[in-house]
Design a protein around this ligand. Sequence first.
Ligand SMILES: [Zn+2]
Length: 285
Amino acid sequence: MVIQRGMLGLSARPPKKTKGKTVSGGKRLSSSSAAGQTWLKLSVNTHREDKRKLWDPPKTDWHPSSLGEVCDRKSLLKMMGYRGDPVSQKLSRIFDMGKIIEKLWQDDFQKMGILLSKNVRLLDPGPPSINGEYDVMIRHPFEPTRKLLGEIKSINDRGFKALPPLTLDPETNYRGIMETTGDIGARIRGYMVQFQNYLRLTKMEEGFILFDNKNTQEYSDYLLGYHPELMDECQARMMRLDPYRPAMIIPPCTCKGQHKSLCLYRTQEEVPLVEMQKFSEDAII
Ligand SMILES: [Zn+2]
């Protein structure tokens, strides 16, 4: 479709010169390198350009989402403020869409009269100290004395189809999520660790992780109970990794076979933070 001036109710503007190409509001660009590019895409890309630094200052608390990360090095890099590759404008829009889906659910729970709280920050002084925020707390629609903690995740169609079968039994749901293999398995186990930490910090016994298929708007809500044994494992791991922070050391990589980014550098060794920072900055082309 050829975009015409005024189609979106926007006023006609004179053509704008951008890097030697004329971007008009009325014609497709003929250059193959600019195929599909429009004045709106150009301006949105600039608006959403990730201009943040490669490293933020080190954090002082664990975030429950990083506790589900399987690689010790990646967990510590996040804690030490490493931001990873710049976020593309497409990915930043995907993140924002996830927040909008979460808000849709919160609004529905509110209208249904079952929302008890949303986006509540949880602080555990530790050690190790944790700082996180749960999505929703609701009361059961048919059993008003039951309270449930909810975590809402948006997921694409491929991931949604790879989720384990949804059952009414919390134990079967838990095993299904913990035993799922592949990329999606690692991701949803991470969500489980995050969710179980929220149950622990709120002293609640049950809740759900809801996966919303952002391609089809189908959803699966997995009812889940509290699993203290998973939290014992998580606590032991945090206690093992916690001393790396004050020592300003990055631990060896433990994500076998998935070595990317800073996991590639002296993979099996402990590396001083300053050395890792220098490597990451030198690695940028
Ligand atoms: Zn790794």
